[in-house]
Structure formats: C-alpha cells, structure tokens
Design a protein around this ligand. Structure first.
Ligand code: FNR
Length: 381
C-alpha cells in the first residue's frame, strides 16, 4: 500500500491491528460529533496564500520549556499504546527522539517509565492521571523524576469515562493469538493495568495468570471507576507541585475561565483538548475553542493544542489560532500500528514537509512568524 499521509496510515492500521484495538483508537464517545468536528473544523480553516517573498530560508523549529523541537509538535500520551506494536511505547519514543520532538508516556502504558526513558536521548514527558491511591501517584511522580522526565502533563478531562459505543460493540477484546502475534510479551489488552499500572515488571508469571481469565470492557470500566478519582480539583495541582518541580502542563482545557484558573494555580502550560472527542461528545472542537483561550492567557503560559491534527497544514492552523505547539494523537497511533517506529518516523517527515509547504505558501519563515495573519479573515472579504 502506498503511504502518502496520516490518513493512509489509518487505512494501513485498520488492516493490520486487531479490530477491537483499531476501533479503540479510532473511535470517540457517544455519537462521535466532537471527534468529527475536531477534524473538519480544523481542516476547513482557510489558509491565506501569500507569494513571492523569498522563502528559501525556512525554519520549522521551535523552543518549548527550554527544549528544542524540530517541529512544534509533541507525541500525545496514548493509553495502551504498547499494544499497537511490539514494545510500542519504546518504538514511538525512539521515533520521536530521532525526529527531534518529545514523546509523552501515558500513565496507562504497557511499557514502564524505566523501560522507555533510558532508550531515548532527550528527556521523556510523563502524563499523569490522578488515581484515588495518592500514595501510588506520589511514587509514580518520583519514578518519573528519577527516570529524568522533564515535563509533567496532568490530564484533567477524565474524572469519569465517556461511553464509547464502538468499544461496547467489540467488547474490547480479541483473539489472544492475534494479539500475541503483534505484541511480544503481552497476551491480554489490559493485563498490564490489571497487575497495577506500570507498577510491576512484565514477567511470564503475570501473563500466564491473566491468560486464564476472560477480561474485556467490563473489567476495564470497573477498573476505571474503582481507580480514577472524580473528586479531583484545582487543589490537586498544589499537591502535585509538592512532588514535581519541573514544568507542569494541564491537559484538557476547553474554556477561557479554566485556562485562567490554570494560570492562577501555577501551571506552566495547558493543552487545549477534548481528549480527541473521546470524553464529552458535543463539546467544542479544539479549533473553535482555541482562539478565545489564547486571547485570555497567551501571555501567561504556553499553549499546546490537540484533537484533530492530521497533517502539517493542521499544525500551522493551530499555531495561527494561538497555540505554541500541537500534540499529535491518533495520527501517530495509526502510523505505529501500521509500521512501528519506521511508520512514526515517516509520518513525522511527512508532517514536516507539509508544514514547510504551508509555511512557504502563507509566507511565514519561522514558527514565531505564524499568526492569525496566516488565516483568511472572512469578515474582511
Ligand atoms: C488518548 N488520549 C489520552 N490522553 C491522556 O492524557 N492520557 C491517555 O492515556 C490517553 N489515551 C488515549 C488513547 C487513545 C487510543 C487515544 C486516541 C487518545 C488523548 C490524546 O492524548 C490526545 O488528546 C488525542 O488523541 C488528540 O486527538 P486526536 O489528534 O487523536 O484526534
């Protein structure tokens, strides 16, 4: 199959990864309206073509929290990423490292912090979900720090899980043989969570124990409601601050008032995000939410944005709407499922080239140059 875009990787992943896993990544919550709007609202934003300004010296790099990024993008935290390819978190992290951008390890990963971090050169980012067991959270933060993680991404839009109909249909499980074929050492989707997220070394003992059980969506939902904490509040930011002195980003902001609270409670950055349309269906797309948030807090903290970014043009659009950088979600998950590390590296090359074309034809030589001027202002037409 010829691959020329992230959408091609989606098709390739659909053929390769087990259906329940593809749909877990591809799907959103409820009617999937927000998922669709994320993509269509962003891609419908008109770029403003400008020409003849000598764009031979183009620069896609940027700086974020003292780190150099080859393009203004970070791989987003994705739970169970390690199921899409063998030791998938390691493969994705290496791809990001080779292409000069940070990788964020999700709290609910297959590979542990200690497995992934030493295999890359640049510091890893770590994403935190607050679980009821605060002692465990504290130990996870300490582990992330000990492994040299630079930036903490505190995800706040999952106090309760949104219902995802596709997962109900697949039951979120599949034939063990098929799963085993793809992921070395993992025989069940949620075994790693079942034995304590990222807590235990992966051993055959654990696997054979969990091979004998039928585990699926019910167990996953039960695990979520038992462990995720719906009582989280801004006060938890203060608690996290006691154990984390590096940059801290709050992920899942969709409203200017919440963005202002993030500033008030000392966040260094936010991610404007609706979790890729996987939580509350019907909320604003990130592209629509971003401009007013940027108006409210742009000078106070760093703004990242995700949900719907499918190519390099979309990165330019997000920057023009007020973001400092983007997070990439499904786009790289598809590439990982389709062709592992090489797939993610190729996808990042494609995104960079697409960015270069978009920057050239909107006449923006650097990321800092990209402003709302890069977009068509329909009120002036
Ligand atoms: C996610 N996302 C996510 N976010 C997070 O903070 N922790 C997590 O563990 C996960 N897990 C996860 C799994 C899967 C399969 C997907 C697709 C997404 C959300 C993710 O970080 C990001 O916000 C969205 O993926 C962005 O939307 P797009 O670009 O995928 O549309």
């Amino acid at each position: 199959m010829i691959i020329s875009s992230a959408n091609d990787y989606r098709e390739a992943a659909k053929r390769r990864v087990p259906p329940f896993l593809f749909h877990y990544a591809d799907g959103g919550s409820y009617e999937e309206k927000t998922l669709q709007n994320n993509v269509s609202d962003l891609s419908n934003i008109a770029l403003r073509q400008r020409v003849l300004k000598d764009m031979s010296q183009l620069n896609t790099t940027t700086e974020l929290f003292g780190e150099d990024l080859a393009i203004p993008a970070v791989l987003a935290p994705v739970g169970a990423l390690g199921m899409h390819a063998r030791r998938g978190e390691v493969q994705a992290a290496k791809a990001a490292d080779n292409k000069g951008i940070p990788f964020t390890l999700s709290t609910v990963s297959i590979c542990s912090i200690e497995e992934v971090a030493p295999q890359i050169n640049r510091p890893m980012w770590f994403q935190l979900y607050v679980l009821k067991d605060r002692g465990f959270m504290k130990s996870v933060l300490e582990r992330a720090k000990a492994a040299g993680c630079s930036t903490l991404v505190f995800t706040v839009d999952l106090p309760v899980p949104g219902a995802r109909y596709r997962d109900m249909h697949t039951g979120m499980t599949g034939p063990y043989k098929e799963i085993r074929r793809i992921i070395q050492g993992v025989t069940h989707p949620f075994w790693a969570w079942d034995v304590g997220i990222m807590g235990k070394p992966h051993s055959l003992g654990n696997i054979s124990h969990y091979m004998n059980k039928q585990i699926g969506l019910d167990n996953y939902m039960e695990w979520l409601s038992e462990n995720f904490d719906s009582s989280i509040s801004w006060k938890d930011l203060e608690w996290i601050r006691e154990f984390w002195d590096g940059p801290m980003i709050v992920k899942g902001i969709l409203d200017p008032e919440d963005a202002k609270d993030a500033v008030r409670f000392g966040a260094d950055g936010i991610v404007v995000s609706n979790h890729g349309g996987r939580q509350l269906d019907g909320v604003l797309s990130s592209a629509k939410a971003l401009p007013s948030i940027a108006d409210a807090v742009k000078s106070d903290l760093k703004i990242l944005a995700d949900s719907g970014v499918r190519n390099g043009l979309d990165i330019v659009r997000m920057i023009a709407l007020g973001a400092d950088a983007c997070m990439l979600g499904r786009a790289f998950v598809y590439a990982l499922g389709a062709n592992g590390q090489a797939g993610v590296e190729n996808m990042l090359d494609i995104f960079k080239k697409e960015m270069q074309v978009a920057m050239t034809l909107t006449s923006n030589k650097s990321v800092a140059d990209i402003t709302s001027e890069a977009l068509v202002d329909f009120s002036k037409l």
